[in-house]
Design a protein around this ligand. Sequence first.
Ligand code: GUN
Length: 287
Amino acid sequence: MPAEIIDGRAVAQRIRDGLPARVAKVEEVLGCPPGLGVMLVGDDAASATYVRMKEKACAKADIYSRQVTLPGDASPEQVFASIEEMNQDPRIHGILVQQPVPSHIDAEAVCSATAPHKDVDGFHPHNLGELLRTGTAPFVACTPRGVIELIDSAGTEIRGARAVVLGRSNIVGKPVALLLLARHATLTVCHSRTRDLPAVCREADILVVAIGRPKMVKGDWIKPGATVIDVGTNRLEDGSLCGDVDFDEAVEVAGKISPSPGGVGPMTIAMLLANTVESAERKAGLA
Ligand code: GUN
């Protein structure tokens, strides 16, 4: 029997449906809605698309958004001055600098420059350190938070499960691993240099894949009945999108699977909106 599909669009919509009422309360107290500052450096087409999607999502939730676009050859001083301006702007409660930034800009320094209390991406060392220390943080990164929400929405028990995270990025793999550990999973983190990856993945009751290679995880890498979360979004030569999991094979083996597109992607945006509203609620004394 094919796997149950975990519908990220539906789960994300439920989360977004809950936001306008919270936005209205914030506006009552602060006199302005929650605000998100989005910064894009350069003209990477995929990044520009993601930024547009985030702005549209803000508009739908009645969240104010302000976009700062800098050219790809902007100096580090220009980038950091713009971040500081958003740090000081009382209408902005969340700041997001779209990654990747051009290579002459220090990406780590960008994460550290965002005020921790506006760090809705959860990339500031304070928030990452809290996540490491306690298993949660004032802001948990949007994609990892979305992954956990999807696993919960599928009714898969994390406690005691064998979880394998394929990928070890600071944006996805490492924070997902920490969140799963905090929920009492037995955890393995693997990556491109792991020996016999298929055998490691086959041990997983919960398999989270964020490796960035189209259709890399095959059906015979998956334990029958496992819950599979595919974080990857890859564009193929024919222009179509696919995940890091070979969906057609995996759906025949897994118990539950999130597709890509239509799985984690919509959750990332929903979590960004939720983090922004929560940040404004804190300022308003509502959270
Ligand atoms: N690029 C890819 N994913 C993300 C994300 O979650 N946040 C930011 N800022 N950039 C990204």
